[in-house]
Design a binder for this molecule. Structure first.
Ligand code: PRX
Length: 658
């Protein structure tokens, strides 16, 4: 953990006008909320939790800090997440309101009202109960982007069974590890996933994962028939989703759970070790998902909301499955990829469905910008994007050039661009512009949301002056924060509330800088060994241990290199057990290692480049000198002091890509 260098502080405001009549209307209204939260944080959060969630039994305690940093919020209140996302919207004609418009890879549409969504969720919830799933049992979900994905998650929530969703791009081994760690009893998957015209065999991968040793805990595999393609089948264990649904009632009494009951466990990468199961609560998490839909997205009845994330990531949890439904909104869900059949797909879909709020990742914006610059046919100017009123980005820093292009070419200079900073662990937005409040600055996520006490500190936990880079921390607990790392409370405490900072500050793991005039935050990137490639979070340690597991590999080190499109690119340095491979042979071994990583973790973790050397550059005490490898990966001339490196000659070897 090291604090980043200070960055220049001159921020230039964008001329994009604010939205009038927004949920938080004007800077004075924002300041009033910030002040209310500072004066009496518990009263502030209690008021919001009463106003924004329906409680079966009201809570009387707002925050229990007696076992900090294991905080409890609203813990004697009873509620159900699925009830709050579905049932409460059904009255007064709400049942016929559109909940989801689903566009398949090939363009086919399916529309579902809140009434229909409620019925499907109830049927699947009843089916899970019929298969013996009870409150607290964990259900694994390995599904493509689909209505069924949302139905499965909501069905789990309805019966108080925490779900754990694994992104469809992860390998059998990754799925197996997560399934074993969480101790799942049911797996919900699909026969195949369809993306960019290609079919991917999800059920086959799921079976492989089960064969690795979860067979004794997972007693049921529920399969959504997406394509009807041929798949392996285990009679007795495997059941079709549509067959289960057909036999079940369309009503289902929700399981009323206390607010602290885990809603889900979502695995994410840390700087060391295996991925950790980030555990979220029901009450606090849902409050923030619902509230940020209102505060950040200013969601209205007339909106068509579209978040392009996958349900396998936190963004898909908070801003597809839970936030939009808790807000009773109409949303788009898309199965495919932005570049198929061509790079105009997103713009065509915004035009077709009159999307008004569009939330996506900087990597997608950068690649579509490049495509549009090369081919006028896929330029946003070719499409009618007049329905848009708000744009949002998430997952990685957005460079000012991409921000400006997005604002001008997609938003027509009318739509605020909301650069939302948050994490799997924070449950929802932490630092983000509000469309009726915050003058925008390209590249800055601007101000913390009311109630979020973001600050920047040095390595001892002391505040740094504005204009100086430091570590981003959150000083007070907030309702949607993670509750623990599943099965590993020590890792939660040590990782997020480190003793070096005094044990009381939530450490985000990102560097940040605050502008002295505006108070705006700019995120400067991770300060630990976590990489962000196309907005996908990956630990260098995970990729290194996957490489080291290959029979030919003696040692491996992985670093990130800045990349104009994907934010960062993975560069791996490898020492083989045998001799260092030469030219053509190096290429062959590198390809083999890439395929290996695809199988060990998933295609998203494949290194962009693999370089070979005879030994790792190490200090005399045996530590790999990563700062040197980072420079080598960037192609920089090595001007750093290498006197502490025991074997500086290997640096020249590593300077050549395979
Ligand atoms: O480094 C930050 C980056 O993504 C990390 C969190 O990744 P994950 O848990 O996968 O959640 C991504 C979606 C919320 C952060 O630690 N990050 C996320 N949003 C931004 C960002 N970096 C800069 N600007 C952002 N808006």
């Amino acid at each position: 953990m090291s604090a980043p260098e200070p960055a220049p502080s001159a921020l230039s405001m964008s001329p994009i006008p604010l939205i009038e009549g927004a949920a938080i209307d004007g800077m004075a209204a924002y300041r009033a909320l910030v002040d209310e939260a500072r004066r009496d944080p518990e009263a502030f959060w209690a008021r919001l939790a009463r106003e924004h969630l329906d409680w079966k039994q009201p809570f009387t305690r707002t925050l229990d800090s007696s076992h900090a940093p294991f905080f409890k919020w609203f813990d004697d209140g009873l509620l159900n997440a699925s009830y709050n996302c579905l049932d409460r919207h059904l009255e007064n004609g709400g049942a016929s309101r559109t909940a989801i418009v689903f566009e398949a890879d090939g363009g086919e549409l399916t529309t579902l009202t809140y009434g229909e969504l409620h019925a499907r969720v109830c049927r699947v919830a009843n089916a899970l109960r019929a298969r013996g799933v009870r409150r607290g049992d964990r259900v694994m979900i390995y599904l493509p982007m689909s209505i069924e994905g949302v139905v499965a998650m909501q069905a789990c929530a309805r019966i108080g069974a925490p779900h754990s969703v694994v992104f469809g791009g992860f390998s059998a081994k990754s799925l197996h590890e997560r399934m074993a760690d969480v101790g799942a009893c049911v797996l919900i998957t699909a026969d195949e996933q369809v993306r960019g015209g290609r079919h991917l065999p999800l059920k086959t991968i799921a079976d492989e994962a089960l064969a690795m040793g979860c067979g004794d805990t997972v007693h049921t595999v529920i399969v959504y028939r997406r394509t009807g393609g041929a798949i392996p089948w285990h009679a007795g264990r495997d059941v079709w989703l549509h067959e289960l649904e057909a036999t079940q009632s369309a009503t289902c009494e929700p399981e009323w759970v206390d607010a602290e009951h885990p809603l889900f466990i979502l695995y994410t990468s840390g700087s060391t070790g295996t991925p950790k199961g980030v555990q979220h609560s029901t009450g606090g998490y849902l409050l923030w998902a619902a509230l940020t839909m209102k505060w950040t997205f200013d969601i209205r009845a007339s909106d068509v909301f579209w978040c392009t994330a996958d349900i396998g990531w936190i963004t898909g949890h908070s801003y597809i499955c839970y936030g939009p439904t808790a807000a009773g909104a109409t949303q788009m869900i898309f199965e495919g990829v932005p570049t198929w059949p061509n790079a105009g797909r997103f713009w065509q879909m915004i035009e077709r469905h009159k999307v008004s709020i569009f939330y996506t990742a900087p990597t997608a914006i950068r690649s579509l910008m490049k495509a549009a610059q090369a081919d006028p046919d896929v330029h946003p100017a070719r499409y009618d994007l007049g329905s848009l009123r708000l744009l949002g980005t998430v997952g990685e820093p957005i460079n000012p050039e991409a921000w400006r292009w997005f604002a001008a070419q997609v938003g027509g200079g009318r739509c605020p661009v909301l650069d939302t900073f948050w994490q799997t662990e924070t449950g929802g937005h932490m630092i983000a512009p509000l469309p009726g409040v915050t003058p925008l600055v390209p590249g800055s996520c601007t101000l913390p949301l009311p109630g979020i006490e973001a600050a920047i500190v040095d390595e001892t936990g002391r505040d740094v002056p504005d204009g100086h880079g430091g570590l981003l921390v959150i000083k007070r607990p907030w309702p949607s924060m993670l509750r623990t790392v599943w099965g590993n409370p020590a890792r939660y405490r040590a990782g997020y509330f480190p003793e070096e900072l005094g044990g009381k500050l939530y450490l985000a793991g990102d560097g940040a800088i605050r502008d002295s005039e505006s108070g705006y935050f700019t995120i400067t990137g991770r300060v630990d060994d976590v990489l962000n490639v196309s907005g996908h979070r990956m630990g260098t340690a995970e990729i290194e241990s996957a490489l080291a597991a290959h029979p030919q590999v003696a040692e491996a080190a992985v670093v990130g290199r800045p990349d104009a499109t994907t934010g960062e690119a993975i560069v791996a340095f490898v020492v083989l057990k045998g001799p260092c491979p030469l030219d053509g042979d190096a290429q062959r071994v590198a390809d083999e290692l890439r395929t290996w990583i695809g199988r060990e973790i998933g295609p998203i973790a494949k290194p962009r480049e693999i370089r070979f050397g005879e030994a790792m550059p190490k200090t005399r005490s045996g530590k790999i000198v990563r700062r040197l490898l980072r420079s080598v990966a960037k192609g920089e001339a090595i001007e750093q002091d290498t006197s502490t490196v025991e074997n500086p000659a290997v640096i020249a070897q590593f300077s050549k890509a395979a």
